[in-house]
Design a protein around this ligand. Structure first.
Ligand SMILES: [Zn+2]
Length: 367
């Protein structure tokens, strides 16, 4: 078994990851960065080319500036590929990787999904209105990849199917037309996802989900798939108590590695398209905190109702803090909390000091 901790890039952790924070990881690389364009604010966007094989794989992370887990996993991957592991050798022999660690550096700095012009780059594949979108498209056209990995984070609200398990990792083989036909291109991406899911089930059983494949050719994945290149969407999700997404980072690293291994060793066709459809569809069943019987805290809240709290991620002095907000009040049957608080006593509500903010929210709530 490979020991992940050996390859984990120690210079970065947590959710706030910028060009600056990955600087020391990238400066260790013996390869020169390839500038592919400038962001709106004039930050150079770099790609890194590794390997010399005939299977070409293009990956980009943080096209959504506040989605940094996959960027951390890519830094771990650079360490792995620079090691003496036989698998690293196999991958670099059979594949050529083109990796963009941060596509949206301005959004990363201010911790927003969108770029600095408030444009969602993953809804700009047709218009190509932003320099970051054009940089990726031009790289796609010049590199001519055989596979694309589109790397993201998802919110904590997703469950893997109608279960009480969070979707710690989710995938999608995007549609390439409105009819959502299963084209040969989509099938290749589906098989790669099945390979990764099979591996992940040994680590996080029941915690892998699949996204809805509604077609939108303004999304980059759909657009590239439509152009005939198998494209896999990766989504890093919630692992219990891991708001810094350091555990999920490991599962994303292992997923990317499994996909590269499957491609390098020519094993894609060992997997079946049908198994892709056995991966449960993501559902939105989670709150960060679910409060049962909140009437005890505040009689204004109807008896029998529960309160669902979601955290808002706030950038505060180079760190992300998690600010609770009331998302929903109602019977909330069939919903789950990453944490559940049951109010049972009039004096001791069961809230710890760190949950004082949540208690204040409840006390101040009025209809
Ligand atoms: Zn995203």
């Amino acid at each position: 078994m490979m020991d992940y901790s050996v390859y984990k890039e120690k210079s970065i952790e947590g959710r706030y990851i910028t060009m600056e924070s990955i600087g020391s990881c990238l400066s260790k690389l013996s390869i020169a960065p390839i500038p592919i364009g400038d962001s709106v604010n004039g930050v150079v966007i770099n790609a890194f080319k590794l390997g010399a094989g005939d299977k070409k794989i293009l990956m980009w992370s943080q096209m959504h500036g506040n989605e940094s887990t996959t960027t951390k996993a890519l830094c771990d991957m650079f360490n792995f590929l620079g090691s003496k592991e036989p698998l690293a050798h196999t991958i670099l022999k059979h594949c050529t990787l083109m990796i963009v660690p941060i596509l949206n550096p301005d959004g990363a700095t201010v911790y927003t999904r969108e770029n600095i012009n408030k444009i969602d780059l993953n809804r700009d594949a047709k218009n190509l209105s932003q320099p970051e979108s054009r940089a990726l498209r031009e790289l796609f056209e010049s590199f001519e990849p055989d596979f694309c990995f589109n790397l993201h984070d998802q919110r904590t609200l997703f469950s893997a199917g109608k279960t009480n398990k969070p979707a710690t990792v989710s995938f999608l083989s995007p549609a390439s037309n409105k009819e959502r036909h299963i084209t040969p291109t989509r099938e290749v991406a589906m098989k790669l996802i099945v390979a990764m899911d099979s591996m992940l089930q040994n680590h996080i059983p029941g915690q892998v989900g699949r996204y809805d494949d509604g077609f939108n050719d303004n999304c980059v994945g759909d657009a590239f798939q439509k152009l005939g290149v198998p494209t896999v969407l990766f989504e890093s999700g919630h692992y219990p108590r891991d708001y810094s997404r350091e555990k999920t980072r490991e599962y994303i690293f292992l997923s990317i590695l499994e996909a590269l291994k499957t491609i390098a060793e020519n094993k894609i066709d060992l997997y079946k398209t049908g198994d892709y459809f056995s991966i449960p569809n993501n559902q939105k069943l989670f709150f960060d905190v679910l409060i049962i019987n909140p009437t005890i805290v505040n009689p204004e809240i109807e008896t029998g109702h529960a309160v669902g709290i979601r955290y808002k991620e706030v950038l505060d002095d180079h760190k992300i803090s998690f600010k609770p907000e009331i998302a929903e009040i109602g019977p909330l049957e069939g919903f789950y909390g990453h944490q559940t608080i049951e109010c049972v006593d009039n004096k001791d509500f069961g809230f710890t000091t760190s949950q004082k903010e949540i208690l204040d929210l409840l006390l101040n709530f009025n209809k």
